[in-house]
Design a protein around this ligand. Structure first.
Ligand SMILES: [Zn+2]
Length: 85
């Protein structure tokens, strides 16, 4: 999984995201639309603690819609259990 280019990524509010289940730090949601040639966007959540760096991320077709993609990733993150690393 490549690093998200901050110049091509939108950072969403983390207000509805639970803290990291591993270290308790705040987390940030990213949406990378730089792969527009393939109509694919990558949406994920990453722990703000660089010593932890827990993250999830999924590709979505553009037709799925950014709002739907953000909702799905947020739900998956918020259901993440500590033993699922
Ligand atoms: Zn963490």
């Amino acid at each position: 999984m490549g690093e998200i280019n901050p110049y091509e990524a939108t950072i969403y509010s983390n207000e509805k995201l639970k803290p990291c289940p591993f270290c308790g730090s705040e987390v940030t949601m990213h949406c990378d639309t730089s792969d527009w040639r393939h109509s694919v966007m990558h949406v994920g959540v990453r722990c703000d603690n660089s010593d932890c760096a827990a993250k999830i991320g999924f590709p979505f077709d553009y037709s799925y819609g950014i709002d739907n993609a953000v909702y799905m990733v947020r739900e998956r993150w918020n259901r993440r259990k500590k033993d699922a690393r």
